[in-house]
Write a protein of this length. Structure first.
Length: 340
């Protein structure tokens, strides 16, 4: 019998807080526990839930830092192209055309992409491909914009493109440097994300601090790293469709509330309000279905978002629970969160 290696772990259920519940027919059917932290624009702690000091894999919530690293490497991404470098896009033709333009700027085709083949997450785009007898492709994978941007940085700097996913590649060294400078933390562990890039484990506190610094950076800063962060933030707010997709959670929050928002797999969400108030959270069971609701609630509780504007958005977040053709319940924030 072999002994399993020791594992580095995120917070446990014992140290988590209940963040959301799911009701059906007057019955609490499921509960989502997790951790969260809210910082003001000066990075002072306003509120904590659970254990935000515990490390988490930031997953796609790290993409803004990866996009800034590409820009710091001398790639002048602007507008939708900058956003696609930080996106978990839905794979519509509008998204794919921007990814192809980034690759074309590098003199490459989609063959160079090393993210896995996938289908668009947008229903209409996926159905159209099926009708055309197309197959899954790396360019439709939601991370293809990030990969294309990294490849462009490699070509711009003369770095090898075949190994751009290796942790010691100059591109990935740039990413770690940007992450550490914005979050003020060194990763406790580096793993491999679903798309094949290195993914770093840092605390929710560090993640919130880093996203808050992006939100409060100026496109006219005399310092290139903060100037690039400000350019990226402005581009996201002007092109919410590019970060996610029409009718999808991050895009709705960006377009309707002016919030810089980025989801990450396994229940991670970061949001920064217009005044710089920032929340970072992780749902412990990995589900994202309550993450947007919890993040918006925490920002509204902090006075950073108008409560009526948040309430007006909630019906579009698909929070209802169906029983046949009737609504019989909902996903809602935990009463424990409301009482905190």
């Amino acid at each position: 019998m072999t002994t399993a290696p020791d594992l580095v772990e995120t917070f446990s259920s014992a140290s988590a807080a209940e963040l959301a519940i799911v009701t059906r027919s007057g019955f609490v059917e499921s509960r989502h526990s997790g951790s969260a932290i809210v910082l003001n624009q000066h990075a002072d702690v306003i509120r904590t839930l659970g254990d935000p000091a515990a490390p988490v894999f930031g997953r796609s919530a790290l993409k803004p830092f990866q996009a800034i690293a590409v820009m710091n490497a001398g790639v002048g991404l602007r507008g939708a192209a900058a956003v696609l470098a930080a996106a978990s896009h839905a794979g519509t033709q509008r998204h794919i055309s921007v990814v192809r333009s980034i690759l074309a700027q590098a003199g490459l085709t989609e063959i160079a992409l090393q993210c896995p083949a996938d289908w668009p997450t947008d229903d209409a785009a996926r159905i159209e491909l099926v009708r055309d007898n197309s197959t899954a492709s790396p360019i439709y994978m939601n991370c293809s914009g990030k990969h294309a941007a990294m490849l462009l940085a490699c070509v711009t700097n003369g770095w090898p493109i075949e190994t751009y996913l290796e942790n010691d590649h100059p591109m990935q060294v740039q990413v770690r440097d940007v992450l550490e400078r914005f979050t003020g933390e060194r990763p406790v562990l580096t793993g491999i994300d679903g798309c094949g890039t290195p993914v770093h484990a840092i605390s929710l506190s560090g993640l919130a601090r880093g996203i808050g610094r992006i939100r409060t950076s100026s496109p006219t800063s005399p310092f290139a790293i903060y100037r690039n962060a400000g350019i990226l933030c402005a581009a996201v707010l002007e092109n919410g469709w590019a970060l996610d997709g029409a009718g999808r959670a991050n895009t709705l929050v960006i377009d309707r509330l002016g919030v810089f928002a980025k989801l990450g797999a396994e229940g991670v969400m970061v949001m920064a309000a217009p005044d710089g108030t920032t929340v970072a959270l992780k749902i412990l069971d990995g589900s994202l279905r309550a993450a947007t609701l919890v993040g918006l609630t925490l920002l509204a509780d902090a006075g950073a978002l108008d409560r009526d504007a948040v309430d007006a958005l909630l019906p579009d977040l698909k929070l209802s629970v169906q029983g046949g053709d009737r609504t019989v319940g909902e996903i809602r924030v935990s009463p424990l969160l409301e009482q905190a």
